[in-house]
Design a protein around this ligand. Structure first.
Ligand code: FE
Length: 183
């Protein structure tokens, strides 16, 4: 499957880039998020979503393609658009919503914001800050909002320097399973 090879190539090309403001690389962050998802015994779709939730950052590293999408900066949108050519909504919606999920949790759980890393607190403000009650209601109306919140917690945790987790190859079977379901 060509898309699986493209994903592996993206991580090979850009996975060593720093995960913005944290002490792990993009690849380490993705592998830790996927590991946490697998530990939670969720479906392959959500494990794949965890693995690929920041693929928009990797795509930003490839300047051709992104320019064609006509999108500037919003990695969750870049990722969702790219992934939606191949993956079902059960993958792409949690990816698309993972930034909104941070805003949602900050808006509905007064302890959540203070637990975030400094970089994540900073980006929260750039990403729109607290939600209005209408935005909260809209978020909760998405059929994948619970999955997006689960993904968000793994995203927040997946920043541990030197944590030993399975390699990218471990997730090939999940990718193939999800793409097979879609076919
Ligand atoms: Fe992330």
């Amino acid at each position: 499957m060509e898309i699986v090879e493209q994903i592996f190539q993206l991580f090979a090309a850009n996975g060593e880039n720093a995960y913005f403001g944290e002490n792990v690389s993009q690849l380490e962050h993705a592998l830790q998020a996927a590991y946490l998802a697998e530990e939670a015994k969720v479906d392959s779709t959500l494990i794949v979503a965890a693995l690929l939730h920041d693929v928009g950052h990797l795509l930003h590293g490839m300047d051709e393609g992104i320019a064609n999408l006509g999108i500037d900066g919003k990695h969750e949108e870049v990722g969702e658009i790219w992934l939606s050519k191949h993956f079902p909504a059960s993958v792409t919606e949690p990816v698309y919503l993972h930034v909104s999920a941070k805003r949602y949790l900050c808006s509905t759980d007064k302890h959540y914001l203070s637990q975030l890393s400094p970089a994540s607190q900073q980006s929260f403000h750039l990403q729109g800050g607290l939600m209005t009650s209408q935005e909260v209601a809209d978020f909760e109306s998405n059929p994948y909002f619970r999955e997006a919140i689960q993904l968000r917690y793994w995203d927040d945790e997946a920043k541990i320097p030197q944590l030993q987790v399975p390699p990218l190859e471990h997730y090939r079977s999940h990718l193939v399973a999800v793409l097979g379901n879609e076919a």
